[in-house]
Design a protein around this ligand. Structure first.
Ligand code: ASP
Length: 442
């Protein structure tokens, strides 16, 4: 018998109905022994996430505003779930302790973490599993950085004592001070990945409210095909461009332990979802795994005769960007040209100053600025072994009358990035999607 770690996200644990579904899922497979849970999320459009309400209590507290009513809403939600499920957990003692700590002026991380804590206590009772607190097991250094091997050791040792356990996601402890620290938002995914590694799981199941990844954004492409299988690297390229189902940092712990991650849908458990693994069987995959993009970039094209033989030219560009504390998105180069691609949020109104610095320090012949650019990444590790992929992509865009402002192909030949006008973003994604799904190899 193997071991599976199942992590359930906020919408999967939002109320009694959802918890009944997760119980069915867990008991349908005896390998599902370690369960990681988020705090209750939204039950319907316009509802509040418990984590948001907890942060709100803290903000009210800091501004000397009453927070009791907000906390009461939180209490009521847990009590209603417990009643609904017939669980007899004494939640009151937990609520009282949290309120006491709030009064004493606890940290935002502590209060935010209580959403997962209370939920894990309740769900452990509901399932008849042990509750194993993440406090003292998931360890952070004083800069808030996860101490990955120390965490692995602590989790491994503790979990070896429990045959079945529910572990709250999202938080751990500062190893020095013993204070609660949280990951960034959505961080329960990381807890799940760490637990999977610590118990040498065969698979890390991440249960959410979608059946895995889709080849393109469904708000742009009608009924896009699901992605059944994707490699960690491809996912990185896609998530970087804006596809977010899984927390980025959740990949690393599973990846180093070679544990596949399976994104599943709590509301449609019969769907197989998306499997993420280290390798992708290139010969048997589609050419394109997915298409993703994001808007609002600026391209600065710099031209200078004999640029290619001028020493340190690119280094100077990077140094200027460093002086401006700006990160670079892409830098495609030609013989005498280089384009600097920066997101508008990074530029933050400093475009003119940056151009002035380029002008002074690089003495270019000319510079051209293209604003309102969208970047679109077409990703697939099947690309490198097949000819004519870029031709197909560019033909599709030409036929859709989309003007391409910039092209960048990653050195791994796993992605082709094109820059188009913001206004052409949807049209371009639709055209690329159609070109690579109409006469698919498989
Ligand atoms: N509850 C936290 C959040 O809302 C963490 C998580 O759900 O993963 O961000």
């Amino acid at each position: 018998m193997g071991v599976k770690v199942a992590k359930f996200g906020g919408s999967s644990v939002a109320d009694g109905i959802q918890l009944t579904k997760i119980k069915d899922i867990i008991f349908a497979d005896p390998d599902r022994k370690y369960i990681v849970v988020s705090a209750p999320g939204k039950r319907f459009d316009g509802d509040s996430k418990i984590t948001d309400l907890l942060y709100l209590c803290k903000t009210h507290m800091e501004h000397n505003l009453p927070y009791e009513q907000i906390f009461q809403v939180i209490e009521d939600r847990y009590v209603a779930v417990a009643l609904n499920l017939g669980v007899e957990t004494d939640l009151q003692e937990h609520f009282d302790r949290i309120k006491e700590n709030l009064k004493k002026g606890c940290t935002a991380d502590y209060i935010a973490s209580r959403g997962e804590y209370l939920n894990a206590v309740l769900i452990a009772d509901f399932l008849g599993f042990d509750f194993v607190d993440a406090e003292g097991l998931i360890l952070f250094n004083s800069k808030g950085k996860l101490m990955i091997s120390e965490t692995d050791e602590a989790l491994r040792e503790e979990l070896s004592k429990h045959e079945h356990a529910v572990i709250p996601g999202f938080y751990g402890t500062d190893a020095k001070t013993g204070k609660i620290r949280t990951f960034s938002r959505g961080g329960s995914d990381i807890t799940g990945s760490l637990v999977a590694r610590a118990v040498n799981a065969d698979i890390y199941e991440n249960w959410t409210d979608v059946s895995g990844f889709l080849m393109a954004d469904p708000r742009i492409v009608k009924n896009p095909k699901p992605i059944h299988h994707i490699s960690y690297k491809e996912l990185r390229e896609l998530s970087y461009m804006g596809a977010s189902v899984l927390h980025e940092d959740a990949i690393y712990p599973a990846r180093i332990a070679n544990i596949p991650i399976n994104i599943r849908n709590t509301n449609v458990p019969e769907d197989h979802g998306t499997i993420i693994t280290a390798e992708h069987d290139v010969a048997n995959t589609n050419v394109v795994t997915g298409i993703a993009g994001s808007k609002d970039f600026t391209v600065i094209a710099i031209y200078k005769n004999m640029m290619s033989s001028e020493r340190g030219f690119l280094r100077r560009i990077l140094a200027i960007l460093e002086d401006f504390d700006m990160t670079l998105e892409h830098m495609p180069t030609g013989i005498d040209t280089v384009s600097v691609v920066i997101s508008n949020s990074t530029l933050d109104g400093k475009l003119d100053d940056l151009l002035e610095a380029f002008d002074k320090q690089l003495s270019p012949d000319t510079m051209e600025v293209f604003e309102d650019i969208a970047l679109i990444a077409t990703v697939g590790c099947g690309m490198s072994s097949r000819a004519g992929v870029s031709a197909k992509l560019f033909t599709a865009l030409a036929e859709a009358k989309v003007n391409i402002r910039m092209i960048d192909q990653g050195s791994s030949e796993m992605n082709i990035i094109v820059g188009v006008q913001n206004k052409d973003f949807n049209k371009a994604i639709k055209a690329i999607y159609a070109a690579f799904t109409e006469d698919e190899v498989k």
